[in-house]
Design a protein around this ligand. Structure first.
Ligand code: NDP
Length: 339
């Protein structure tokens, strides 16, 4: 649980508390509850927005409800059914969907998840490359950015869960891709294993507008934005006419400690840029097609899987806090229990 709301600062491990409670592995007769033993939970930046006070009163920050301090924190995850009053689920079923950052979750009515067929892939893939991170990258890149072969694509937080996949899809599609990330090791990974055409460490760059000019002498056609702030400002300045910007997330602004910078709006007018925000839920109806395409890519080694797994429920606070320090390389998940 989170002890209090976290407003306008980077989260700290001390903001969190691990609580224990007795659990009976049986459901009340007549109820449709399902008791799930949690195996993997997803660690996502957007949770910080749910922890802000404003989110508990007016759903301004996210489509997800605010998190009440002291209560379990819901999150996407994978688990095994231990007991079920819901005829849709049986003991030992694997499920994926909304559970909590905890070891066991009692899901009231058992309707926040679906049965999971792992299709021979590691379970954690179903939170990342075959799960919502992958769908975010896929929907955002293909539906929002509407790429054309040969176009110049820039991705921020490129070594993160969504970013690394956007870059890989863009390469597969035939685009020229440059990513930025916050360490030398990540930059090497992007240029090496992940096949980006180029990459740079944004923390070593003093003037992002001229950095982007250097990497994109002919301008950017597509910017997939995971960070907002100064990087968005610099990208708009370097976009080509009729360029597209997919605003997936603005992590540099979630903690409220960065300067708030706005892009030059007149650039958007004169260059006729399209700037579109989106949510992964917009693409859920395409999930089955997405999984089938992506499992083919995985089976033929077209996509390199980048995931970063911590062990044990007690590692959740540091895993989460680490997202805002750039500790993670790829999809961050916590393995809560053995399968
Ligand atoms: P990541 O795996 O990318 O983890 C976050 C990364 O962001 C860190 O590793 C770090 O990498 C980078 N970062 C952290 N703080 C800053 C900062 N101040 N400035 C620049 N970069 C920073 O997370 P996800 O892939 O899960 O999410 C990426 C973005 O996509 C987030 O903004 C998230 O909210 C959004 N998102 C949106 C969805 C939607 O439906 N629209 C769905 C899922 C995610 P580095 O080393 O590069 O600094």
């Amino acid at each position: 649980t989170v002890k209090t709301h976290i407003d306008g600062s980077s989260p700290q491990e001390s903001d969190f508390e691990l609580k224990t409670a007795a659990l009976h592995l049986s459901v009340e007769p007549g109820s449709k509850d399902v008791i799930v033993k949690n195996l993997y939970v997803s660690i996502d930046p957007y949770q910080i927005n749910r922890m802000k006070r404003v989110c508990s009163s007016q759903k301004l920050v996210s489509t997800a409800d605010g998190i009440t301090p002291g209560q379990a924190i819901s999150a996407n995850g994978i688990g095994r059914v231990m007991a079920s009053g819901n005829p849709e689920f049986e003991k030992d079923d694997l499920v994926v969907g909304l559970i909590n950052w905890e070891e066991y979750t009692i899901v009231k009515g058992g309707n926040t998840f679906r049965k999971l067929d792992p299709m021979g892939f590691p379970l954690s893939y179903h939170l990342g490359v075959l799960g919502l991170s992958g769908l975010t990258a896929y929907g955002g890149f293909f539906e929002v950015c509407k790429p054309k072969k040969g176009e110049k694509v820039f991705v921020s937080a490129a070594c993160g869960s969504v970013g690394n996949l956007v870059g890989q899809y863009a390469k597969l599609f035939g685009c020229h891709v440059v990513g930025c990330a916050g360490t030398k090791q990540k930059v090497e990974l992007l240029k090496g294993k992940l096949g980006f055409d180029d990459a740079f460490n944004y923390k070593e760059e003093a003037d992002l507008k001229s950095t982007l000019k250097r990497y994109f002498p002919d301008g950017i056609d597509i910017y997939f934005d995971n960070v907002g702030g100064k990087m968005l400002e610099a990208s708009v300045a370097n976009m080509n006419p009729f360029g597209r910007i997919a605003v997936c997330g603005i992590i540099s602004e979630y903690t409220g400690i960065g300067e708030r910078v706005a892009p030059d709006m007149i650039d958007i007018v004169y260059k006729r840029l399209k700037v579109q925000g989106f949510l992964v839920i917009d693409y859920l109806k395409g999930m089955d097609d997405f999984i089938s395409t992506m499992s083919n890519h995985l089976s033929t080694d077209k996509i390199h899987v980048l995931e970063d797994i911590s062990q044990g429920v007690e590692s959740i606070p540091s895993a989460f806090v680490g997202l805002f320090r750039g500790d993670n390389v790829g999809k961050k998940v916590v393995k809560v229990a053995d399968e």
